[in-house]
Design a protein around this ligand. Structure first.
Ligand SMILES: [Zn+2]
Length: 265
């Protein structure tokens, strides 16, 4: 085992001291570790997602499981990144990306529709149609894609307790993380839209950045082993992220909550 230099080796699930363990298995909670983790001495928990356990051909199961996984990820993005089972069916990650983002879109639409109804004097039908077809798709798109420049940071080997993470694993974790990031990005701007009567997207675009500032330390805190140059990477990726948000935001957002004329037909 390559961990002789490490002062301690603990089970990531229960904290049991594994230095004297004869096999790659925790005697306390029964968690087993793959050979490569046992040899590198970087151990991680392995919890299957709700989607991993559902039947992909049952739409109600997929909807429910993806919502559960999204809420779990929102509750603790870091916990999701450091404990999600690395091996799972490929469709599960795709479903999380697509259906999880779908949930973000639906939740954003509800809030935006209420805001339009409240501030623009539009009827419920116009408000819902404008939210679903005009504002929410753009807002969800910007929220989701502004997370892409953050991926190299949160999928960093030290952050994931993996050394080094294989590409297929990074893809799976990234697909689970992006909808969670989109929720954090969209939440502040949607709340501002709800409570500020004279809402302008360009004026309140930094609210989208606020979501990123909240979620990033919660996703990539690197408490245990901060890799070299981590702070520099954070600053660099923050700059890139702000650039993406401003570029995407200014190019495809509507100016305010006013429904476009075609919504009335
Ligand atoms: Zn244990």
């Amino acid at each position: 085992m390559g961990t002789q230099t490490q002062s301690e080796l603990r089970c990531p699930r229960c904290g049991y001291d594994l230095r004297a363990a004869p096999e790659p298995r925790c005697a306390e909670c029964g968690l087993t570790f793959p050979a490569e983790q046992w040899e590198s001495g970087v151990l991680r928990d392995s919890v299957p997602s709700c989607l991993d356990g559902c039947d992909p051909w049952q739409p109600h199961q997929v909807l429910w499981a993806s919502l559960c996984d999204l809420l779990r990820g929102i509750a603790s993005p870091r916990r999701m990144l450091t404990t999600l089972a690395l091996r799972g069916p490929a469709w599960s990650a795709w479903l999380m990306l697509v259906v999880g983002t779908g949930w973000v879109y639906v939740i954003v639409s509800i809030f935006v529709a209420v805001a339009i109804n409240e501030h623009c004097g539009a009827g419920p039908y116009v408000a819902v149609k404008s939210a679903l077809l005009y504002i929410s798709p753009r807002l969800t798109f910007v929220s989701l894609f502004s997370g892409v420049p953050m991926l190299p940071l949160v999928l960093h080997s030290a952050n994931l307790r993996l050394s080094p993470p294989p590409r297929v694993v990074m893809r799976r974790l990234g697909m689970y993380w992006l909808p969670v990031f989109a929720s954090y990005s969209a939440a502040p701007i949607v709340l501002v839209a709800l409570f500020v009567p004279d809402f302008h997207f360009n004026l309140f675009m930094p609210a989208l950045g606020l979501g990123g500032i909240i979620v990033l330390p919660r996703s990539a805190s690197c408490r245990d082993q901060a890799p070299r140059g981590f702070a520099r990477r954070v600053v660099l990726w923050m700059f890139l992220w702000v650039a993406v948000v401003l570029l995407l935001g200014s190019s495809c957002q509507p100016r305010n909550l006013e429904p476009p004329f075609w919504v009335y037909f």
